[in-house]
Write a protein that binds this ligand. Structure first.
Ligand code: ADP
Ligand code: MG
Length: 242
């Protein structure tokens, strides 16, 4: 308002605009700017590794994936109801892309989101514990409406790391939402979490109220690189050996 009041006042004077109309325009400008700033701040705070949206997501690449159900992740109802979501599928099938696209949309709707890889989250938790500030980190995570944990399963954790991650998941249960992506089907999560009991308890909480998506299909990354290879003009080099 400070930046714009003078200019708008001069405009209003030349147009003989009544005072309430001037005030309304000035206030609208302020509200628009604040909303945009708040969205930008939420997106920054979320820490997305890339900015990918659903408008560039090719649903025909995964024909068995229910498109409308996936797009519902961009609406805030499931987060307001403390549901979880899991995207399970092989490498390059669009899990990070979809998780990011959902997170970005939710940031715009006022949802506080945090995006983190499972490995980084565990490291963060372990470090915080060693430095006696675990409670503070857990409280920080608790203020986030949607915690996106990407790439669960690529690395297994130490016993302590697995327990800390379990604690985060358990504390969010029915209070806050989680979106987890994993290359591992649930049956193999025991190898990440060490111990059948902890894995079963964790899966119980995660999948109780959960939208589950099977992202398995051909790797999009792989397919695109094969396409690019096919489209390249043939090399003038001698024939490759069989
Ligand atoms: P994942 O996290 O499952 O390993 P990514 O989401 O990182 O896979 O996808 C790998 C690359 O392929 C990214 O650049 C992503 O944008 C792209 N990609 C994957 N699936 C699709 C899709 N269905 N439509 C458009 N791009 C896709
Ligand atoms: Mg990924």
């Amino acid at each position: 308002m400070l930046a714009e009041h003078d200019k708008l006042a001069r405009e209003a004077a030349t147009r003989d605009e009544p005072y309430p109309a001037y005030l309304l325009r000035l206030t609208e400008l302020e509200v628009t700017a604040r909303t945009a700033n708040a969205i930008a701040a939420r997106i920054r705070a979320a820490g997305f590794p890339v900015h990918k949206e659903f408008d560039t997501f090719d649903f025909t690449a995964l024909p068995s994936l229910p498109k409308q159900k996936v797009l519902e992740l961009t609406r805030r109802e499931w987060v307001d109801q403390h549901f979880n979501a899991c995207l399970i599928g092989g490498s390059g099938t669009g899990k990070t892309h979809a998780a990011t696209a959902a997170g970005l949309s939710l940031c715009r709707l006022g949802v506080r989101v945090r995006f983190v890889t499972a490995a980084n989250l565990v490291t963060e938790l372990e470090t915080a514990q060693q430095e006696h500030r675990l409670d503070r980190l857990l409280a920080q995570l608790d203020r986030v409406d949607l915690l996106i944990v990407d790439e669960l399963g690529y690395l297994s954790f130490s016993r302590v790391g697995a327990e800390l991650l379990f604690q985060v998941f358990a504390e969010r249960y029915e209070r806050r939402s989680l979106l987890v992506t994993s290359n591992l089907p649930f049956g193999e999560w025991g190898s990440v979490f060490q111990g059948e009991r902890m894995t079963a308890a964790l899966l119980d909480r995660l999948t109780h109220r959960c939208h589950l998506f099977d992202m398995n299909g051909e790797s999009y990354r792989f397919r695109e690189s094969m396409k690019a290879k096919d489209e390249r003009p043939p090399k003038a080099t001698p024939k490759a050996k069989k």
